[in-house]
Design a protein around this ligand. Structure first.
Ligand code: ZN
Length: 335
């Protein structure tokens, strides 16, 4: 199966956390955390639609200015999600500049910011044409199960204790739809953008008599076909969707453990901070971070498929392999 999400870290393991998740077939990406972004090309930055920020310690939020610089003057609607205080933090960043010349820009840049509280969300929009001033008070909406819920995927969060609220995120593909190329050939059909329409109709639960337009092929240029969904369903194999979990900056408390295990259960990729070695667990606790051993244990108990430890403390520079080894050996049950 071809996964639709392609996650990778923008910076090195001891650099600012930024997980870039590229979408297959879409010119689209989402980010988990917003640290230093300077190594990302403008082309990649311009694909970003949604940014999930764990907390606003500087290494997780420093990239906001870079993103703003690239997006300014373009027609863009960027959604940001973050913990309590994110509205004030974004407003503070935006108010650090002078905006007297942007009122009549041809294209408008909007930041829609969602602040995640335990039982509700606060949502506000900052518009370039308004000089990024908050024109309306934040709107309060009840918290649902998901921060983002689209046809193909959902993003949820839990709030962890890092001496301050810190969000961990889960990106879950609802179902994985894969076009069976052999069956496609057997039916004499060519690949093309129409397959996207087919997948969307299946995802949306459209009825069997829904007509899907298959464009004319080179062999029959005048014959655009309209085929009922029922005949095309066998072309698409449906399997379990991809699940990506991102956990960074939190204490190893019972409450955090429970929330992480529930969020990460049977995830495909578990990106988990492993800031310290277990021998330095007291230091980790003092700074409200996880050790590599704790990351490995969480991964094992959550039965994830792959653990990717990251966010290593620079004190281990030159020995990061020790953190990776400790996390992975614990994950595999070797210690
Ligand atoms: Zn932090």
């Amino acid at each position: 199966m071809k996964p639709i999400f392609h996650p990778y870290f923008v910076n090195k393991v001891d650099g600012d956390p930024v997980l870039y998740i590229d979408f297959l077939f879409d010119r689209r990406a989402i980010l988990f955390d917003l640290g230093q972004l300077s190594t990302l090309s403008p082309k990649k930055l311009l694909r970003i639609t949604d940014i999930f920020i764990s907390h606003t310690h500087m290494d997780h939020f420093f990239g906001f200015d870079h993103l703003l610089r690239i997006m300014l003057g373009r027609q863009r609607h960027i959604r940001l999600y973050g913990p309590v205080g994110i509205l004030e933090n974004v407003a503070g960043k935006l108010q650090g500049y002078t905006w007297n010349l942007v009122g009549n820009y041809e294209h408008n840049l909007l930041f829609e910011v969602t602040e995640v509280h335990d039982d509700h969300l606060l949502k506000a929009t900052f518009s370039c044409r308004e000089g990024f001033q908050l024109m309306h008070p934040p709107q309060m909406i009840p918290a649902g199960n998901f921060l983002l819920d689209e046809l193909a995927f959902q993003v949820s969060s839990v709030c962890l204790d890092h001496f301050i609220p810190c969000l961990a995120f889960c990106l879950q593909e609802k179902n994985h739809l894969n076009v069976n190329k052999v069956k496609l050939q057997e039916m004499g059909l060519a690949v093309g953008p129409w397959l996207r329409e087919l997948k969307e109709a299946i995802r949306a639960g459209k009825p069997d008599d829904t007509l899907i337009t298959i464009p004319s092929g080179s062999s029959d240029p005048d014959r655009e076909k309209k085929v009922p969904l029922s005949r095309l369903r066998p072309l698409v194999d449906i399997s379990r969707g991809q699940k990506i979990v991102y956990v960074v900056d939190c204490a190893y408390t019972e409450s955090n453990r429970e929330k992480i295990l529930a969020l990460a259960e049977e995830g495909d990729y578990f990106f988990c901070e492993a800031a310290f070695l277990e021998k330095d667990r007291e230091r980790a606790a003092q700074r409200s971070h996880l050790t590599a051993y704790q990351a490995g244990l969480l991964a094992r108990q959550a039965r994830v498929r792959k653990l990717i430890p990251f966010h290593f403390s620079p004190r281990y520079y030159g020995s990061y392999h020790l953190l990776v080894d400790e996390a992975n050996r614990t994950f595999r049950g070797a210690c």
